[in-house]
Write a protein that binds this ligand. Structure first.
Ligand SMILES: [Zn+2]
Length: 847
């Protein structure tokens, strides 16, 4: 892959000095003539595209300039990132189309409405959404976005005029601006005048947490489904107004590769949701255009061998579930401006050109197949209501009787995907006969049948299980009444003043957030270790394990001030709090019982940095920061040695290698825990703690084979990666049996709980009878792929969650990831319990 575009252009310039040739001819010479009133990216930025990594604010400024100068373009802000960067969409077409956009949109949306029957497939301009740079450190595509925008806005070639007449082109230059700017800053600061292609140079090796992810280190190319972040929420909101016919998703992969475009590897699961024409017919049509464009510039490429679109939360799969054709592109990364590969060197401009050429080819393919794409989208939505789900169900019903905020969160989530939800007494019902029928299936159906077993990502996404919402299929549903337009936002009624005590119901998802708020305001609280019922200001009420007592007379604050704080917590988190005038219970423990234990405010530190999984660390940070509203100290591994651990009562270690912690540091950690503190480990950190003998627990071992004469069976070399990949637990859902009398199980009403496992960490149940909080059930498999060997030999006999003593303190060991992708409302509660109630867990020892 020898490409030295600028050197070649520089030479050309020497000879053709009298002709005003731009360095940008490398990209789009064939699209001339250009409107000279419109600045090219080079003229606007002051450097040729590919010379620097362009900051997001400059990309936005350039698109704003195009919209300001040209009547072919308009720009809108569809959201803001966590770091308040603008998320923008540039709309490009002919001035006539743009001034008539509302009518064109109305005509377009008739094809999305399954009850309408338009047939003017070729008369309405096709909607193409070019999306770039969801992974911040895959930077070539945003640079290509500027070139594409310039081409569409400024080129007067007959080719481009034809595209504009026949298409509305939506350009989202940077899906992940926060991550992009982290990487942009990195690549530019280490760039030298003499480009350094040595892969060991700092320019090519970003520091932790790197730029791929967003502010909280989440992969936004998984968040289209889970919609946890403002970037995806803004995008979904935009998406469901426009329903484009074609959507692109541009990426970069390892440096040692050639270009990739679809078709991907044939679909891994026998997932019946997607119409097969999407994978076969449409991808094949589009592929011919990419072949032509890349053959033309001599770029090598491959298709069909890798990536799968099975997980529905990618930018290259979600639109497929909305009647569009979504397209994945993967460019080998120059990661920096020039890097050596085993094919020669790869330059930043070279990577940008492939993405640019594919962008233009996408528009061309969309325009030339307008009728086919529209008919496909129309059929897609018509079949949503005309064809039933294979399950035979008419609807799904759910609704937790105890936790209204978890119900609300899930309903809110469904509404973000424009799924119709009906309220029926205390239950919610989601009918399958609706335009979003396939998304309903996605949220509730589970799979066990796989034709292929190596997944690029998770193999399970039944989101109802993420939220621990027990649901059942209904064979009949009457869609009378209107679906919910929004979640119930009725005003929170303040609790009346009590001079005795208040009780916070721990069953609610946001109860810990309210508790933290009250603790931060100085209130002293006690937690019930046994259930009770008591007369409250709202009548006789039963309280479960974990209910939080706020005794008025024990506070330093006046009764008025206590009431104020309690009602602030109630209003802020919409949680159930009750007043009571008596300490005498109708059943169970009285309010003065020793089974109420005083709990201290958690002071939490989280280890981050080299060797630590930035995803899992980000999940903890995001959960505590945005849901619990708790500050958490993020301690870099490199400063661990000097950190004063005594400032914290809880330390969280997520999956990571932790090889930097030598025996001295391990001893320090052990001594700190022994003083009565709580160490919480997740996944591979639990494995590490066991291997380092911080706790006296064991990993589940494979039983030794008695037959020493067993001969290894030969297998074909070519199958090795498929066979070995099968033994990786890529991401699947399992059922555990939870001890709901254990402090970590407080707030749960059912002892059956779905958990998410995406690692091969298998912990043996503790030898102490009271220490295994959650264990996999006899038939644990709920959703997703796991090999029989992993299921039977490793998973079934193992524990999912145990607590192990460390002197006067304890370690809480999670085998699975309770906080996965910010969406596991069902299990992140276990994790939150470990922070609030950890200090009160002592492991009972038989004498
Ligand atoms: Zn990527």
């Amino acid at each position: 892959m020898k490409h030295f575009p600028f050197r070649r252009i520089a030479v050309t310039l020497l000879f053709l000095i009298s002709i005003p040739l731009s360095a940008q001819d490398y990209f789009f010479k064939d699209k001339a003539p250009f409107d000279s009133n419109i600045p090219s990216p080079e003229e606007f930025l002051g450097y040729p595209i590919g010379h620097q990594h362009t900051r997001h604010d400059l990309i936005v400024a350039y698109l704003e300039k195009l919209a300001e100068l040209s009547d072919r373009a308009s720009i809108e802000i569809y959201g803001k990132t966590h770091e308040k960067r603008k998320l923008v969409m540039l709309t490009v077409s002919t001035p006539e189309n743009l001034s008539n956009l509302e009518n064109i949109k109305r005509d377009h949306l008739r094809f999305v409405d399954p009850n309408d029957n338009p047939t003017n497939y070729n008369d309405v301009p096709i909607f193409v959404q070019l999306g770039y740079n969801v992974h911040g450190n895959e930077p070539s595509s945003s640079e290509a976005a500027m070139l594409t925008a310039y081409t569409m806005v400024a080129s007067n070639s007959s080719e481009v005029m034809n595209y504009l007449n026949n298409a509305i082109i939506f350009i989202d230059p940077t899906i992940n601006p926060d991550g992009r700017d982290r990487h942009t800053q990195w690549a530019n600061q280490f760039k030298a005048n003499q480009l350094v292609s040595d892969g060991s140079d700092a320019e090519h090796n970003e520091a932790w947490p790197r730029g791929r992810t967003n502010h909280y280190w989440f992969d936004l190319n998984r968040d289209w489904l889970l919609a946890v972040h403002p970037e995806s929420q803004g995008k979904l909101n935009w998406y469901h107004k426009w329903y484009p016919n074609v959507v692109t998703d541009f990426h970069e992969m390892g440096t040692r590769s050639h270009y990739f475009f679809e078709p991907m590897k044939p679909i891994g699961s026998k997932d019946p949701i997607m119409p097969k024409e999407n994978y076969t017919t449409l991808n094949d049509i589009f592929a011919t255009y990419f072949v032509e464009a890349l053959d033309d510039i001599g770029s090598l490429y491959y298709t069909k061998e890798s990536f799968d679109g099975t997980y529905p939360g990618y930018g290259s799969s979600y639109p497929d579930l909305q009647g569009a054709l979504a397209l994945l592109f993967e460019q080998a990364s120059s990661r920096g401006h020039l890097q050596e590969t085993h094919y020669g060197t790869i330059s930043f401009p070279f990577t940008i050109r492939n993405q640019y050429k594919s962008s233009i080819a996408t528009v061309k393919a969309a325009v030339e197949n307008k009728g086919t794409l529209r008919e496909y989208q129309q059929d897609f939505f018509k079949s949503a209501i005309n064809v039933g789900a294979p399950s035979g169900y008419a609807a799904y019903e759910f609704g937790d009787a105890y936790d209204m905020n978890r119900n609300r969160a899930f309903v809110d989530f469904l509404l973000k995907h424009k799924i119709d939800v009906y309220k029926r007494d205390n239950k919610y019902v989601v009918p399958l006969k609706q335009p979003q029928r396939r998304m309903v299936q996605t949220m509730f159906e589970t799979y066990r049948q796989y034709s292929d077993s190596v997944f690029y990502d998770a193999s399970a996404w039944s989101v109802a299980n993420f939220y621990n919402l027990k649901y059942k299929g209904l064979f009949r549903f009457n869609t009378s009444g209107e679906p919910l337009a929004s979640i119930d936002k009725s005003e929170v009624v303040p609790v009346p003043k009590s001079s005795y005590s208040y009780i916070l119901d721990w069953d609610d998802y946001y109860a810990p957030s309210a508790l933290y708020y009250m603790q931060s305001k100085g209130l002293k609280v006690e937690v019930a270790f046994k259930p009770f019922s008591v007369m409250t200001t709202a009548g006789l009420k039963s309280f479960n394990y974990g209910s939080v007592l706020i005794p008025v007379s024990l506070q330093n604050e006046s009764p008025e001030e206590v009431l104020k704080i309690v009602n602030e917590a109630k209003a802020k988190f919409n949680v159930p709090i009750f007043g009571t005038k008596t300490g005498f219970s109708n059943s169970g423990i009285d309010l003065g019982s020793n089974n109420f234990r005083a709990v201290k405010k958690p002071k939490v530190a989280l280890l981050i940095g080299d060797g630590v999984s930035s995803y899992e660390a980000g999940e903890v940070w995001h959960l505590l920061d945005t849901r619990v509203h708790m500050p958490v100290s993020k301690i870099q591994m490199r400063s661990f040695r000097n950190a004063n651990l005594d400032k914290y009562n809880t330390l969280v270690m997520v999956s990571g290698s932790y090889s930097q912690l030598d025996s001295m540091q391990v001893k320090r950690l052990s001594n700190w825990a022994s003083k009565g503190n709580t160490l919480v480990t997740i996944g591979r950190a639990s494995q590490w703690a066991i291997n380092k003998k911080l706790v006296k627990e064991k990993l589940t071992k494979k039983p030794k084979s008695k037959d020493s004469t067993k001969v290894t069976k030969r297998l074909p070399y070519v199958d090795a990666s498929e066979h070995l990949g099968r033994e990786r637990v890529g991401g699947a859902i399992f059922e555990v049996d939870l001890d709901i009398t254990h402090p970590l199980g407080f707030g749960y009403r059912s002892d059956k709980l779905p958990v998410y496992k995406n690692n091969n960490v298998f912990i043996a149940p503790s030898k102490n009878a009271y220490a295994t909080v959650a264990k996999y059930t006899d038939k644990p498999h709920i959703d997703g792929f796991i090999s029989e060997k992993n299921l039977d030999i490793f998973l079934k006999p193992s524990a999912s969650l145990i607590v192990s003593p460390m002197g006067r303190g304890r370690a809480v060991l999670f085998a699975d990831n309770p906080n996965f992708r910010g969406a596991w409302y069902g299990t992140n509660r276990l994790f939150i319990n470990s922070l609030f109630l950890g200090s009160q867990i002592s492991i009972p020892r038989p004498r």
